[in-house]
Write a protein that binds this ligand. Sequence first.
Ligand code: ATP
Length: 273
Amino acid sequence: PSALREVMIEVPNVRWEDIGGLENVKQALKEAVEWPLKYPKAFQRLGVNPPKGILLYGPPGTGKTLLAKAVANESEANFIGIRGPEVLSKWVGESEKRVREIFRKARQAAPTVIFIDEIDSIAPMRGAMEGERVTDRLINQLLTEMDGIEENSGVVVIAATNRPDILDPALLRPGRFDRLILVPAPDEKARLEILKVHTRNVPLAKDVDLKELAKKTQGYSGADLEALVREAALTALRRSVVSKKELEELSEEFLENLYVTKKDFEEAMKKIK
Ligand code: ATP
């Protein structure tokens, strides 16, 4: 059964500079997660208890997962990432067992960031949904584990949701997910930063103006912008390939003339969003 799948510990390679915009959020995570994990003694000395749980909320594709990975990496911590729906098991007791296993592994590998994506799927208001039995037990297990995290044990839980309004309020009590951080849709300035991140290794033609592109992509999330850059690059390739032979030979000259143009971005915008 899926609930018994091994809990995977990873060391993500996402850095702060891979995330465009969200400067306030990055700063909040540095203070709430990175500092306590890296300098626990300073917090002990000051008598400050760092948060055990942080809830990132906001629209889809705005970088919540990316932030959790970056803060783990930058804190030199291990990372255990799970998606809410994935721990739900129809087998009695399996879901709770998996949650216990996740926290056990996390303590063992501390410092560890546990990331629970789509937490609303396992922790909607009790009794609010069908199949409530499974989620009730699961929330209780999660709360037990959170309450059991000892101060300065090097385990932090970050959860993410697009629907903070449907979460079980018990999760948000002090000592649990008591730090709520909004991860907003990117404004024009943030879109420019995100476009810069995703075009870092893309040869752009001189006519490409990322500032203008940031202006024209209102309503695009970070994920949409990443998809836009990818689509524009593919459009450039399609446009540049006159014959199949050319692609197979891939001459230096062909490669050197391969650029992504303003037109390619315009074409891509028709497809993405
Ligand atoms: P969901 O709510 O759908 O789980 P999310 O908020 O967790 O989404 P991510 O999975 O972090 O979003 O983002 C998806 C992809 O979009 C990332 O892998 C990244 O390439 C891109 N992306 C999103 N936001 C940003 C950002 N602020 N800077 C750079 N890339 C971003």
